[in-house]
Design a protein around this ligand. Sequence first.
Ligand code: OSB
Ligand code: MG
Length: 372
Amino acid sequence: MEIKEVEIRVIELPLVRPFRTSFGTQFHRELLLLKVTTTDGAAGWSECVAMSEPLYSPEYTLGCQDVLERFLLPRIFHAGDTRAEEVADLLRPVLGHQMAKAAIETAILDAQLKEAGISFGSFLGSSREMIDCGVSVGIAKTIEDLVKEVDLYISQGYRRIKLKIEPGWDIEPVSTIRQLWPDIPLQVDANQAYSRSDYNHLKKLDPFNLLLIEQPLDEHDVLGHAELARVISTPVCLDESITSLESARDALALQATTIINIKPGRVGGYFESVKIHDLCVESDIAVWCGGMLETGIGRAANVALAALPGFTLPGDTSASSRYFQRDITTPFVMQNGQLQVPTAPGIGVEIDHDFIEEITTAVRVITSKGRK
Ligand code: OSB
Ligand code: MG
């Protein structure tokens, strides 16, 4: 497939409510959209999931734009005829930058699958038509506000609740929600907010029958997670620490994680995600699909991935309305706590070009000759 040009667009979408985590509060979702046009006229889309600031991971929106334009896209153009399967190897000499790499690989894959008339789901090996939805609930101002928000999600049908926690917002919110909903599948996510001196504190979560605790310690502290896992009974699940198949293998070998959250952006794309999924299936480890407050473009591909057989826990794959008043694609609407896996070719959703134009703050078009 010969690529004619790549459009990189910065968009900014307001969130329906601020999303507070241990690393900060998001009011808007600023992200990059990529559109790859082939010489045959096919268009492939993707979103780069990096956030506007490097607080969740080292990548950030405008840094991704820079590395794409300066280092990644020139390698793709230089290679000439390119298939999505070759992108990771072509980009391997450039270190890190998984989210930027995933974005270009995914847009090329979308174009390729659209040309071939194959959906993401069938291409990746999905085994279900519908996937179970969980929802990630930010840190609230008060316990009453938290209860109201959780109540809303449960009434909408979400099948699993994830509470964001941090020191000072952990035992009380978790115990309150558990008392009110004794049977709801419940888990927590600390986004690295604790340290090795907190093992005994985190043990206080043991009585609440949580599915898992996500990324309690620093992303580089894999050994600390293994130590913690021996002290607490809540299963430990790594998010930020898993950036590749190799890191997943190491974390499993160290018993630093007994469940894995796969985010395609964080691990460099959908091919790497499928490899980690397969490793988890072989290792008899539960796996679920994480989220990065994606628009319909990123969500469509995630929903297809989450339909693979090893994804046995509900993902952070929520309905469009959980995030945005208006999505940039046909919205994902939850039915009975589930989302439908798109079946049309490529990512399989209609793109709302007019709305994208309205919320665009910058556009660049890159060709083999550089910036247009
Ligand atoms: O840690 O899982 C996370 C959102 C942005 C960055 C990191 C995380 C999250 C979420 C929300 O928890 C997941 C979603 O609903 O997209
Ligand atoms: Mg997380």
